[in-house]
Every structure is written in structure tokens, then in C-alpha cells.
Design a protein around this ligand. Structure first.
Ligand SMILES: C[S@@+](CC[C@H](N)C(=O)[O-])C[C@H]1O[C@@H](n2cnc3c(N)ncnc32)[C@H](O)[C@@H]1O
Length: 146
């Protein structure tokens, strides 16, 4: 399920205050967020990890048709990702995946600067900022400074 338009706008707004590091979408799906991010931040590297073939290939076709040279799409498990220093992780997943991401970050092997999560909190971190969407559920979008 793609992030909603409002959630995507909130995630992009939070990305604006995270410097110039790589933006990495953990579970990039059909590409809704990564395509918007690559267009909004043409000077930044944007990477999406996605396991499912059909969404991955669809996002790949969109990347080619929009000629987004700053966007890299990997059909791989994000839990195996090597993360560049100052990178910004973005995700719209589920509670179990947030726990797994917290475990990955806790290894101390990664130089991630920020985590932005649509709807699901990271169980081990306190958000620096929380945006509430103007939707039926007042859904939260969390920013964590790591
Ligand atoms: C809710 S969708 C979010 C799509 C996109 N980030 C967006 O905002 O529109 C979550 C995606 O994460 C993918 N996913 C779940 N676990 C994954 C994993 N371990 N590695 C890579 N992708 C994964 C799923 O296949 C799904 O497409």
C-alpha cells in the first residue's frame, strides 16, 4: 500500500531539514515516495529497497521514464542494506519491521543521521518531531535524530 499524498508531503517536508545525505526508503513499493523524493531533491542521492518484483519493476520503469539519475532502486531486503554516513532512512512499514530496524540501528554499525517513519513509531527511540496529518486518523509521521 503506498503512502498517502498527505503522508508523502509530510515526509518530504521533514527530509528538507536533514541536510544533504542520501535518502533511503526501506520498502519503496511502487515508488510513490522515492520518485517524489528524487524529483524534490535532485542534488541528493535517493535509494529504494524493495523485495517484491512487480512493485520494484513498476518503480524502475517510472525512474527511467522520468529520467531520475539520482534514484537507485534495489530489489533486496533492507535489513541487509549497507547505509552511507549521514543517510536518512524513510519508511512506511508495520510494527514488527520497526522493531527489526531498531535492532539494525542499535548495532552501531551504521552512520544514519535521521529516521522518518510514516504512522509507525520506532519502539526504542523518542521522536524529535511528530507531524500529525490532517486525515481521518490524524496519522503521525515521526522524525528521529539519531
Ligand atoms: C506500505 S509499502 C510502502 C511503500 C512506499 N515506501 C511508500 O511510501 O509509498 C511497504 C513496502 O515494504 C516492502 N517490504 C517489506 N519488508 C521488506 C524488506 N525486508 N525489504 C525490502 N522491502 C520490504 C513491501 O514489499 C512493501 O512494498
Amino acid at each position: 500500500m503506498p503512502s498517502s499524498d498527505k503522508a508523502r508531503q509530510a515526509m518530504l517536508k521533514l527530509c528538507k531539514d536533514t541536510g544533504n545525505g542520501e535518502i533511503i526508503d526501506f520498502g519503496s513499493g511502487w515508488g510513490h515516495f522515492v520518485i517524489a523524493a528524487a524529483k524534490t531533491f535532485p542534488e541528493r542521492k535517493v535509494t529504494g529497497y524493495e523485495l517484491s518484483w512487480v512493485p520494484y519493476l513498476t518503480a524502475y520503469v517510472l525512474k527511467l521514464s522520468f529520467n531520475l539519475n539520482n534514484l537507485t532502486l534495489k530489489r533486496a531486503d533492507f535489513l541487509t542494506a549497507e547505509l552511507s554516513s549521514n543517510s536518512v532512512l524513510v519508511c512506511y512499514l508495520f510494527p514488527g519491521a520497526m522493531k527489526a530496524i531498531a535492532g539494525k540501528l542499535a548495532t552501531g554499525q551504521h552512520q544514519v543521521s535521521y529516521l522518518i517513519s510514516n504512522n509507525f513509531a520506532c519502539p526504542t527511540l523518542t521522536p524529535t518531531k511528530t507531524l500529525q496529518l490532517n486525515d481521518f486518523y490524524h496519522s503521525p509521521v515521526y522524525l528521529y535524530r539519531l
